[in-house]
Design a protein. Structure first.
Ligand SMILES: [Zn+2]
Length: 344
């Protein structure tokens, strides 16, 4: 089959790889119908040292089950399923606690011999715990929104949820990428009354307004902080959702959070130290967030997507074929695309 291999910064290729087969009785084989490119795929795309053998990539996909191992119950060939970006057994103590990202028998896609999502097919380990059946066909208009359940939408939701966003909340969302916009949509769904979106790409912040942002702050750094404070009587907001992962973004988060408030971060951090100095201590600011256990949120979010109440799939603004996936990476890296769907 064909799969995407990254050979270094800027070097994405589609190559022939061995067809996946069932290795363990807990495996399933999934034929990919839709995959997508994640903002976190852009980190290796920008910085990976050149590698002749390369590495698989991709962790967001949905597709049809082709075969299941003997221990996989509740799924059969032909079922359309979505996979979260971490696979997990669904039975260990962490999974039972809703923290499938810490599963004792789980792991990441495209690592240690596991297929990546950006290919024609995937061997899914721990299939019964990992996969979620989708009650639609592959012609469904909902496919784009269903695909967001693999990562981007639950990640935004995790940010709002761990920050404690609820009815009447005042929220600042930092970042107008697909995760930031998903966080806006999530904050709105959780009842936030005011949502200030910090982002400087107008087409993206326009979608943010459609998702529920009440204010947009295009300025960055100190200027952006002042603007948010001016909008909030000088104090900032109780909830701040950091959806970028850069040092400047987490610094901005602490600068716009109201004393006693909460900063949640879901942008994969590209910094080693969190700026929680004595000043932040004196303001009683809480830091939360982390990697989103997407599997835990899918059950909660799926009904709203199926009923069309929310359309997180609007974050996709470009579709490419698997053969053209390098074009998709380029478009996301140079910001001519917000988020790219890959159709094998
Ligand atoms: Zn587990």
């Amino acid at each position: 089959m064909k799969a995407t291999i990254i050979h270094g910064a800027g070097d994405i290729r589609v190559e022939s790889v061995p067809d996946p087969t069932i290795h363990k009785p807990t495996d399933a084989l999934v034929r990919v119908v839709r995959a997508c490119i994640c903002g976190s795929d852009l980190w290796p795309y920008r910085s990976m040292p050149a590698s002749p053998e390369g590495a698989r990539i991709g962790h967001e996909f949905l597709g049809f089950i082709e075969d299941v191992g003997a221990d996989v119950a509740g799924f059969k060939a032909g079922d359309l399923v979505v996979a979260p970006f971490v696979w997990s057994d669904g039975t260990c103590d962490f999974c039972q606690e809703g923290l499938q990202t810490s599963c004792r028998h789980g792991g990441l896609w495209a690592r240690d011999g596991i297929d990546g999502g950006q290919g024609e097919a995937v061997r899914v380990p721990q299939a019964q715990g990992t996969l979620v059946k989708l009650p639609v066909g592959d012609d469904s208009a909902l496919l784009a929104s269903l695909l967001t359940l693999s990562d981007v939408f639950p990640t935004g939701y995790h940010c709002a949820q761990t920050a404690g966003v609820g009815p009447g909340s005042m929220v600042t969302v930092i970042g107008d990428g697909a995760v930031g916009l998903s966080a806006v949509l999530s904050a709105k769904r959780l009842g936030a009354e005011r949502i200030i979106l910090m982002g400087r790409h107008k087409d993206r912040t326009d979608l943010g307004r459609e998702f529920g942002a009440t204010d947009v702050v295009a300025e960055r750094g100190d200027e952006g902080v002042e603007k948010v404070r001016a909008l909030t009587g000088g104090d900032g907001t109780h909830k701040v959702l950091e959806c970028v992962g850069l040092k400047e973004a987490i610094e901005t988060a602490f600068a716009v959070v109201r004393d006693g408030g909460t900063v949640s971060r879901v942008g994969a951090p590209q910094y080693d130290e969190v700026p929680m100095d004595f000043g932040v201590f004196m303001r009683n600011v809480t830091l939360t967030g982390g990697v989103a256990p997407a599997r835990a949120y899918i059950d909660k979010l799926l009904p709203d997507v199926l009923e069309g109440k929310i359309q997180p799939g609007k974050v996709f603004d470009r579709t490419v074929s698997l053969d053209d996936i390098a074009v998709g990476y380029q478009a996301m890296a140079n910001r001519t695309a917000l988020k790219v769907v890959v159709q094998p």
